[in-house]
Every structure is written in structure tokens, then in C-alpha cells.
Design a protein around this ligand. Structure first.
Ligand SMILES: NC(=O)c1ccc[n+]([C@@H]2O[C@H](COP(=O)([O-])OP(=O)(O)OC[C@H]3O[C@@H](n4cnc5c(N)ncnc54)[C@H](OP(=O)(O)O)[C@@H]3O)[C@@H](O)[C@H]2O)c1
Length: 320
């Protein structure tokens, strides 16, 4: 690659895109020329040093945006994953060298994932397409589990709410699940494109994490650092198998509606189905969010450290 690598981020002002942008800009020696693909209608604001490139997501505008880019990092919103195939196709047409699709959650590389959360076809189809085109482009898929700090502070994760003291316990509360802080996940993404790792991360799935929790353990830390007891919390219970089944039913109804994926995947019902299926997966359904020993290899190479699960919760609660 040229001495300065051109990287364009889809969603550079988003929850994780902003953090990835920060770490790219901070990676030193001016090695990355950073651009942001942003919708014509967007109000996103980008930091100094980032060149915004507007798009209407038509193939022609995507190809124009990606021309002369070495790397495309997609952190497009979950609600717009149906647009990712157009992004991948344009990246290939524009001659991009590396594409990082928006994975960044549970391990969608297992076939099992499609059974328990059929909505993951949105992610699996992209990887399959990239694999079929490895003579034209390379790819890297990063799995990092649930964004733990985000889940404790953002209403997009509807199961836990520190402010209103509500908490959902899944099954018996003892199933472990993988998590990353957004910062650690963003560092992992940026590590994959650093010159020293670029060849090794070609066409690879990469597992990283910050800490493993169970729901019961997480609730214990929350009570400790909010100085509360069970009596102060509205504790709800969900069975992950039932949540997944609810999501799968709604998914089937939408997927057989006759509308194309880029349309039906944006419906409110489909988005609700995604929340149920993905939340169940992230909480242990099908073991697609239990990475076991897979994190060690890449974390060691990237110099990423495990984080103290209790410290993460304390930092979130104190900073909330
Ligand atoms: N592991 C987890 O816990 C977890 C949680 C959430 C998401 N994720 C994964 O991470 C990816 C990125 O999620 P995120 O939460 O960082 O994304 P986000 O902040 O919700 O959105 C990122 C960007 O997507 C762009 N976008 C394009 N079309 C859009 C549309 N129709 N509506 C809204 N935004 C649109 C926007 O950029 P412009 O406004 O600049 O166009 C937006 O800033 C997701 O695709 C998902 O795979 C993982």
C-alpha cells in the first residue's frame, strides 16, 4: 500500500464509528487519510482531519466515494444493514483493497447462527459474497460480543436501565456472555488495518473481548456501585429460547412479505425481530456469544488487554 493509507468509514459519527475514527486519527505518523461516508441528509459532525463524502447510497455515488480508497470500514447502523451489500459491491467495483463489514457482535461465522437468528443472513451474505470475490478484495470480520458499556447506558439495549433501576435476568442468570467495551472493540478494528497486521488479518475472522459476565454477576456489580438492593430494582425475567422464537416468527412474516431485503429489513416489525433474536444470541442462545479461547490469539498480537468486569461497571455507574 501507499505510505499514506486511505480509509473511509461508513458511520464515522456513530456509536462505534466515532471511536474507530478517533483511534485511526490517533494512530500516529499521519499514516491514515480518513474519510467519512455520510448520507446527504445526515447531520453527522466529524472531527478535524476527517473528509466527509456525501452519498445517496446509489451504486454510482458509492463507487465514486470509494474510488481511491484503500480500506472501507463499515459501521453502518443495525437498522440499515440491508444497505451493506450495495456498499460491498461498490467497494469491489472501486478497487478497494480491504473491506471490514459491520460484524462487531456475536460470532456469525457459525452456521448455527442462521438457525437461531435468521436475521444474521444480513451479515453472513456479505461475508459469503466477499469470500467469492477474494481475487478482487480482502476482508476482515471482527467479533467482540455485546458492547457492555453501551448496553448499560443506551436505550437501544432495552433490557437494562441503570437510571430507572430495571434489569432483565435471562434464563437462570448464570449463562456467561462475551463483552467488549466500545473502546476495546474499536482498538481491535483499527489494529487489523495497521501495516504490521494487515497481511495477517486478510480474510480472517477475529475474536476479541474485554470481559465475560453472567446476568447475575452483572446485576451484583450494578447493585454494589449504585448502593442499592434487589428491592430497589424492577427485576424482570426472560427465557432466551422464547425471545428467539418471538423474533423468528416476526422475521418469517416479514421475510415472506414479498418485499426485497433492502426494504423489509427496515420495517419496524423486522427491527423488533432483530432485537429479540440478537439479544437472545448475545445472552447465550446457541453459544454464538461464547468465544472460549478464540480471543487469545488476536488480542495478544494486537496488544489488547482483558479488562476487569467489575471495574467496567464501576466506571459506567460513576460516569453515568
Ligand atoms: N455488539 C453490540 O453490542 C452492538 C450494538 C450495536 C450495534 N452493533 C453492530 O455495530 C454496527 C454499528 O452500530 P452503531 O450502533 O455504531 O451504529 P449507529 O451509531 O446506529 O449508526 C452508524 C451510522 O450509520 C449511518 N446510517 C446510514 N444509514 C442510516 C439510517 N437509515 N439510519 C441511521 N443511520 C444510518 C449514520 O451515519 P450518517 O448519519 O453519517 O450517514 C450513522 O451515524 C451495527 O451494524 C451492528 O452490526 C453491535
Amino acid at each position: 500500500m501507499a505510505s499514506q493509507t486511505s480509509v473511509i468509514i461508513v458511520g464515522a459519527a456513530g456509536n462505534i464509528g466515532s471511536c474507530i475514527t478517533h483511534h485511526l486519527l490517533a494512530s500516529g505518523s499521519n499514516q491514515f487519510k480518513v474519510s467519512a461516508l455520510t448520507r446527504a441528509s445526515s447531520r453527522s459532525v466529524f472531527p478535524e482531519g476527517v473528509t466527509p463524502i456525501r452519498t445517496d447510497y446509489t451504486p454510482a455515488s458509492l463507487v465514486a466515494a470509494f474510488t481511491s480508497q484503500d480500506i472501507v470500514i463499515s459501521t453502518i447502523s443495525t437498522s440499515s444493514l440491508g444497505d451493506q451489500m450495495a456498499i460491498a459491491k461498490a467497494a469491489i467495483q472501486a478497487g478497494v483493497k480491504r473491506f471490514l463489514p459491520a460484524e462487531l457482535g456475536m460470532d456469525t461465522s457459525s452456521d448455527h447462527c442462521l438457525q437461531i437468528a435468521p436475521c444474521t443472513f444480513l451479515k453472513k451474505d456479505i461475508i459469503k459474497y466477499l469470500q467469492q470475490n477474494e481475487d478482487k478484495i480482502s476482508w476482515t470480520g471482527v467479533f467482540c460480543g455485546l458492547w457492555i458499556d453501551f448496553s448499560l447506558t443506551n436505550p437501544d439495549w432495552p433490557w437494562w436501565d441503570i437510571k430507572n433501576k430495571s434489569f432483565t435476568v435471562f434464563d437462570d442468570g448464570n449463562t456467561p456472555f462475551e463483552t467488549s467495551t466500545i473502546d476495546n472493540a474499536a482498538r481491535a478494528v483499527v489494529s487489523t488495518v495497521l501495516p504490521e497486521h494487515f497481511d495477517r488479518t486478510r480474510n480472517e475472522f477475529i475474536h476479541v473481548h474485554s470481559a465475560v459476565y453472567t446476568p447475575n454477576q452483572l446485576l451484583r456489580y450494578l447493585k454494589k456501585y449504585t448502593n442499592t438492593t434487589d428491592a430497589d430494582w424492577k427485576i424482570k425475567h426472560e427465557k432466551i429460547g422464547e425471545m428467539a422464537a418471538r423474533g423468528q416468527k416476526a422475521f418469517q412474516e416479514e421475510a415472506t412479505s414479498g418485499a426485497p431485503p433492502e426494504v423489509f429489513t427496515k420495517s419496524q416489525k423486522f427491527q423488533g425481530a432483530i432485537i429479540n433474536m440478537i439479544s437472545a444470541g448475545l445472552m447465550g442462545n446457541g453459544c454464538v456469544n461464547q468465544f472460549g479461547e478464540k480471543t487469545g490469539y488476536w488480542m495478544e498480537r494486537f496488544g489488547l488487554k482483558e479488562e476487569d468486569p467489575e471495574q467496567i461497571v464501576r466506571d459506567v455507574v460513576v460516569g453515568a
